[in-house]
Design a protein around this ligand. Structure first.
Ligand SMILES: NC(=O)c1ccc[n+]([C@@H]2O[C@H](COP(=O)([O-])OP(=O)(O)OC[C@H]3O[C@@H](n4cnc5c(N)ncnc54)[C@H](O)[C@@H]3O)[C@@H](O)[C@H]2O)c1
Ligand SMILES: O=C/C=C/C=C(\O)C(=O)O
Length: 486
């Protein structure tokens, strides 16, 4: 039975309490590991190690030396690609075809992009004449914020953790990572990488556990934490904001979404269906950017429903490393019950079930897994539960629209504002809509296509702040102004 230890000050440690919890494989519901829950002693030790590291070699080396270390981290992740692939899949059950193209490659890319950013981003300077006829020069200096708490979700564990650890370390901070209780493996494995490249002890730390009354809450309320970056549910983000308020620490929040796709009759139909199949069902719908509301211009509504139905029914569930597996389970029995409960609410509220709505018939040895069917509904009002609330499963509601004004009103009438995908050949119309839709991210004839230099984040209840390229420097550094008179 694999054991997942906390990683503190460059060493793997268990805990004082002896408390452990199960790591479960969602493919078959089997316990595949034991995780040592970090209590206050472990969280205190991790924060202390991170704080001490700031004053050690890590705080003294140059940007170029820091960049070399992070480049070595990226290289070691790539060298141990298969180890990270196996670890991520054991925790999530996602298809190997998905993890090997999305999750693991971004593990290294999330370090590389910020190495480039810190080496190429200048700070501003201003010259002024002083009243007494002399000159004054002002210039900006970016300094690390300090100890950063990194609290992560379970849907893209390595990708989303390194999306924060990469810039945090590139900017000279130290981190204490709290992975999701569902997915301890890749954050734990990254500790081996840090030691292998000679990262100073205490720069990267990992504490395992839950949220309230556990490692998550102990970490985000710790007085020596200087900033908190969080990805997860909106209600959790709200709780973390409250914790951050004591001690007045900044937060960067990437949270829930109820993302729409808008499909016009003039769209490239094949591109649209290919893309919507990904945005609705990829990662078993467990992508914050995923589409759960599809609005289709009436002339092609039936055609889109039929095409997506066919795609949904072609997504074969199965073992992660089987080549014909197109979709995995959701992360846990608890999440399966949540998704199936929302499937039931759609039925109870009068939805037409185009396909799915339940649990796929799996082989005996997989029946213990947390499987749900890719599901499509039509016929519900905009007020229906599955049209307004985030499900975070492989499902979508499709409805027709007749005008830009109508669909714009429907898309914006939601408390979330994370992402939208617009499909049309009329680029003026696409950009006109993109400027009016209240989200942080808008794709036109694409989805989840990422340029890591761009700002990433949500509006309304989907987030606070932007991360990506130079935008991450705003959170992971403080900008000090120095003025010299001569
Ligand atoms: N906007 C984005 O970029 C993005 C990306 C991925 C997932 N998400 C969202 O995340 C959710 C799914 O992930 P999840 O179920 O892991 O989210 P979650 O909010 O349940 O948990 C996220 C992390 O927060 C920790 N946590 C929970 N309560 C806490 C507390 N009170 N204090 C400190 N830490 C606490 C958890 O242990 C976990 O590590 C979905 O809502 C999805 O939309 C958003
Ligand atoms: O599930 C949410 C996905 C978030 C993706 C990113 O943060 C990214 O691509 O950097």
């Amino acid at each position: 039975m694999k054991e997942f230890l906390n990683f503190i000050n460059g060493e793997y440690v268990k805990n004082v309490s002896g408390k452990m919890f199960d790591d479960i494989n969602p493919v078959n519901g089997q316990v595949i590991g034991k995780i040592y829950e970090a209590g206050r002693p472990e969280v205190d030790a991790a924060v202390a190690a991170a704080k001490a590291a700031l004053k050690g070699d890590w705080g003294r080396i140059s940007v170029v030396e820091r960049a070399k270390l992070l480049d070595a981290v990226a290289g070691e992740i790539n060298r141990r690609f298969d180890d990270f692939l196996q670890a991520e899949i054991a925790d999530t059950g996602k298809p190997a075809s998905l993890a090997s193209h999305i999750d693991i490659p971004r593990g290294a890319a999330n370090f590389q992009i910020f190495i480039d950013t810190i080496k190429s981003t200048a700070t501003e300077s201003f010259n002024m004449r002083t009243p007494d006829g002399k000159t004054a020069l002002s210039y900006g200096v970016r300094v690390p914020r300090g100890v950063i708490a990194v609290v992560c979700p379970w849907n893209l564990p390595l990708l989303l953790m390194t999306w924060k650890v990469g810039p945090a370390l590139a900017c000279g901070n130290t981190v204490v990572v709290k992975p999701s209780e569902e997915t301890p493996a890749t954050a734990t494995l990254l500790g081996e990488v840090m030691n292998a490249v000679g990262m100073p002890k205490g720069v990267y730390n990992v504490v395992h556990g839950f949220g309230p009354d556990s490692a998550g809450a102990f970490l985000t309320s710790h007085p020596d934490v200087n900033g908190i970056t969080f990805t997860g549910e909106t209600r959790t983000g709200s709780a973390i904001m409250k914790a951050a308020a004591d001690g007045v620490r900044p937060v960067s929040l990437e949270m829930g979404g109820k993302n729409a796709a808008v499909v016009f009759a003039d769209c490239d139909f094949q591109v649209t269906i290919d893309t919507l199949t990904r945005s609705c069902f990829e990662n078993a719908g467990q992508v914050c950017l995923g589409t759960e509301r599809v609005y289709v211009e009436r002339p092609i509504f039936e055609k889109v429903v039929a095409a997506l139905k066919e795609r949904a029914e072609s997504m074969k569930p199965g073992l992660p490393f089987e080549k014909d597996t197109k979709i995995g389970p959701v992360i846990s029995k608890e999440h399966q019950e949540k998704v199936l409960g929302l499937y039931k609410s759609a039925k109870d509220e009068g939805a037409t079930i185009v396909t799915g709505g339940g649990v796929p018939d799996m082989p005996e040895e997989l029946k213990g897994g947390s499987w749900v069917q890719p599901t499509i509904w039509t016929g519900l009002p905009e007020t229906a539960t599955v049209v307004t609330e985030e499900i975070f499963g492989p499902c979508c509601h499709i409805s027709p629209f007749d005008s830009e004004e109508e669909v714009l009103g429907k898309v914006n009438a939601n408390r979330y504002g994370l992402a939208t995908a617009i499909f049309t050949q009329d680029i003026s119309r696409a950009n006109r809509l993109a400027h009016q839709i209240e989200v942080g991210l808008c794709w036109i004839n694409a989805w989840f296509l990422r340029d890591l230099r761009t700002p990433f984040g949500g509006s309304k209840q989907s987030g606070i702040g932007r991360e990506g390229g130079v935008h991450s420097l705003e959170f992971y550094t403080e900008l000090r102004n120095v003025m010299v008179k001569f």
